[in-house]
Design a protein around this ligand. Structure first.
Ligand code: ADP
Length: 605
């Protein structure tokens, strides 16, 4: 048994537990992968939004260049430069200030005296534009779209254009904190989850002079923070007179207005699950879709920086129901966890049942082997006696008639014992196969028991037993097979004799229990009784509470099995109880027949 259990633990339980553990681990990994995939998808949405903003800026820069070209088409570059501020603002509403710079760094337009905005612009920018001072700017020297004309500064994917300022112009680079703190930091390049140490911006301002920034390019954009306010400028060197630089400082409120109109048709996919927005450098929303959504703007799910033209502006994605992801992950892990647990429990229970059944089969196999040796022994003992005494009689060596009679009695008793044993074995085989046939009839249980007892009495008394028979009734009518019922009584009497342990008193009681509409036959002895714990097991096939070899009592372990089976087939039962004062009490209980008119089997004595 221990060996089977060990094999099962090693072959079934241990691998199942390992598999369950692996399944749980892969469940966690799966969850992580799913979450990451979702983050990547949402990151894609943020990137696409940032691309839209970039394209918007490209479009504005194109419009600026077109306007400059149009002005230069109707006037000489020198004349156009003098009135550029007024001309540009009249034609292009996005311009807050239009400026023109001569090759020697002189600002040709606007005149600081023309209007307050122009004066402020000149105060802030004349040194920088005149190349007499380096300023801290965000700029992008890369050429993106339409680069054949060398005119556009933004690449389509702003995340991909996060560049470090060129060493030639870079000075005092400072890493800057982002205004927002995305919950998922995904590296767009590798799709790797990267920790966010301090959540630094990928953009860095560089200190440079205006001429350095322009380098050999024809146009570009740059952004500066002046008094914590963002200034965005476009500049352009026309082909007709590339020594002159024309530029525009953009009006941010108008830029935002146009941006909102530009992004209006841009609807996010998964709009039931997420909301998109563009945040300015103060982390305030300048565009939100769908309208009316509000949240802690600084904690988006994912975010992408728009780029150098709008430094610290972010394209962001928020989850409309932030708890939903955790909830669905929890439900998924709970469901799968439960399934795995159920599976393990099922395997455990199944294994336990198999082990139990195997164990039962093993016990049964052992009992069958014992049975064969027990039966052989039981057959051998009476046969030896019969042979020995019949030989003595046949040889005529016993002259004394009383002895002859006694030998004959022994031969008869042993033959009866043999018959009983063989009957038991044959009946058991029939019952086991479901082939046992009964011929039911109404019969008097009192008379049947008495007759069986009387047949057995001689044998018992020869062996020094006293058999008492008590009954209070004349006739107790039951429906049954008389031979089968008689076999039950004989089996019980035979056991009382076998397990008497020297106390040779047997009592047979027959009584009617009108309240229960039943009758009982009790066989009582003064033997050792059935050992505790075996009271029910003695009715199992082949089971013997006393081992033949150690107790010396012959038996097959079938007598009681047979008795109970027969009784149950008659609607009754055979039970065991401890007898008061020591010994056993076996009770055959049968239902009383409805009609007692025809009593066929045994006439009451
Ligand atoms: P067998 O007597 O051939 O072993 P049974 O089925 O008749 O088989 O009995 C099963 C077991 O019940 C016996 O082996 C014995 O241990 C126990 N038993 C039966 N009758 C008695 C009794 N009267 N007193 C004590 N033990 C008994």
């Amino acid at each position: 048994m221990k060996k089977i259990a060990l094999i099962f633990i090693l072959a079934v339980i241990a691998p199942s537990l390992v598999l369950a553990w692996l399944a749980l681990r892969s469940l966690r990994d799966q969850q992580f992968v799913l979450e990451r995939q979702r983050s990547l998808v949402y990151q894609g949405v943020a990137d696409a939004l940032a691309t839209q903003v970039s394209e918007f800026l490209i479009e504005q820069q194109y419009q600026f260049r077109t306007n400059v070209d149009r002005l230069l088409a109707i006037a000489e570059p020198g004349a156009a430069a003098a009135t550029f501020d007024d001309q540009l603002r009249a034609n292009w509403s996005l311009a807050q200030v239009g400026f023109a710079v001569a090759p020697n760094g002189t600002i040709l337009s606007p005149s600081p005296l023309s209007r307050p905005e122009a004066r402020l612009f000149c105060e802030d920018n004349s040194l920088f534009l005149g190349n007499r001072e380096a300023a801290e700017v965000y700029w992008n020297p890369k050429i993106g779209l339409n680069n054949s004309s060398g005119s556009v500064f933004l690449s389509p994917n702003p995340a991909a254009q996060t560049i470090q300022p060129q060493p030639a112009v870079a000075g005092n680079l400072k890493q800057q904190q982002r205004a927002v703190l995305p919950q998922q930091q995904i590296d767009n390049q590798g799709g790797q989850q990267e920790p966010a140490p301090g959540n630094f911006s990928k953009l860095a301002a560089a200190e440079a002079e205006f001429r350095q920034l322009m380098g050999g390019n024809d146009e570009g954009a740059l952004s500066r923070f002046l008094d914590d306010k963002l200034n965005v400028m476009f500049w352009y060197r026309p082909a007709r007179d590339s020594a002159l630089v024309f530029g525009a400082q953009l009006s941010l409120p108008r830029l935002v207005e146009r941006l909102q109109a530009w992004l209006k048709p841009f609807e996010p996919t998964f709009r039931e699950q997420l909301c998109i927005a563009v945040l300015n450098d103060k982390a305030r929303p300048v565009f939100v879709s769908p309208d009316g959504f509000s949240t802690d703007w600084k904690r988006p799910f994912v975010a992408t920086e728009v780029g150098e033209a709008l430094p610290h502006w972010e394209a962001v994605v928020y989850l409309r129901d932030p708890g939903e992801m955790a909830r669905s992950a929890k439900i998924m892990s709970l469901t799968l966890g439960l399934l795995i647990t159920l599976l393990v429990v099922a395997i455990g229970v199944g294994s336990w049942l198999i082990v139990r059944d195997l164990n039962r089969q093993l016990i049964l196999a052992r009992q069958k082997t014992d049975f064969v040796s027990n039966v052989s022994h039981e057959l051998k003992t009476p046969l030896t006696s019969i042979r020995m005494f019949s030989e003595l009689l046949a040889e005529g060596r016993i002259a004394e008639p009383s002895k002859q009679q006694s030998y004959l009695n022994i031969i008869t008793a042993e033959a009866a014992r043999l018959t009983r044993l063989i009957n038991n074995v044959l009946d058991f085989a029939r019952l086991d196969r479901g082939e046992k046939k009964y011929s039911f009839e109404s019969c008097d249980l009192n008379a049947l028991t008495r007759e069986t007892a009387e047949t057995y009495r001689a044998h018992l008394e020869n062996n020094g037993f006293k058999l008492a028979y008590t009954t209070s009734e004349n006739a107790i009518v039951v429906r049954g097979d008389p031979d089968a019922l008689s076999q039950v009584v004989v089996n019980l009497l035979s056991n009382a004799e076998k397990y008497s342990n020297g106390q040779r008193e047997i009592e047979l009681r027959v009584q009617k229990l009108p309240a229960d509409n039943a009758a009982e036959v009790q066989v009582l002895d003064r033997g050792p009784g059935v050992p505790a714990g075996s009271e029910e097991r003695i009715f199992e096939k082949f089971y013997r509470a006393q081992d033949s070899l150690s107790s010396g009592i012959q038996g097959s372990g079938l007598g009681l099995t047979l008795a109970r089976q027969i009784a149950r087939n008659h609607g009754g039962d055979v039970t065991y109880s401890r007898r008061e004062g020591g010994g056993s009490c076996f009770t055959l209980r049968l239902p009383i027949a409805a009609s007692s008119r025809s009593i066929k089997c045994v006439e009451s004595a």
